[in-house]
Design a protein around this ligand. Structure first.
Ligand SMILES: [Cu+2]
Length: 112
């Protein structure tokens, strides 16, 4: 019985830690695509884009100009944004937009 209670407590503690901490979601850039192209995160979470290509530059630009451009990302380089407001934010690769290299970040307010 003592052991069971201990386990239950551990599970609750884990839960509390996870909901209190911010998450990081990774989005790869390869072969003219963002992968995954659409992510849903909570306010305060971080999205990291990383160039998974071997010899192609990418650049993350948002339709909402309040987000800074990533600038040129060479292979193996990454770019991170912490999203501190809820909303649906669309972005694209400056170089490969015409090839359909577009993505979306949906930020939800988990307090609601
Ligand atoms: Cu690109």
């Amino acid at each position: 019985m003592k052991q069971t209670l201990g386990c239950l407590f551990a599970v609750f503690a884990l839960f509390a830690c996870q909901s209190a901490g911010a998450d990081t979601v990774k989005v790869g850039m390869k072969n003219g695509m963002f992968a995954p192209a659409a992510v849903t995160i909570n306010v305060g979470d971080r999205v990291v884009w990383f160039n998974d290509d071997e010899d192609t530059h990418h650049r993350v630009d948002f339709d909402d100009p309040s987000f800074k451009s990533s600038g040129d990302l060479r292979p193996d380089k990454e770019y991170a944004i912490v999203f501190d407001k809820p909303g649906e934010f669309t972005y694209y690769c400056h170089y490969h937009k015409d090839y359909g290299m577009k993505g979306q970040v949906v930020v939800v307010d988990k307090a609601k």
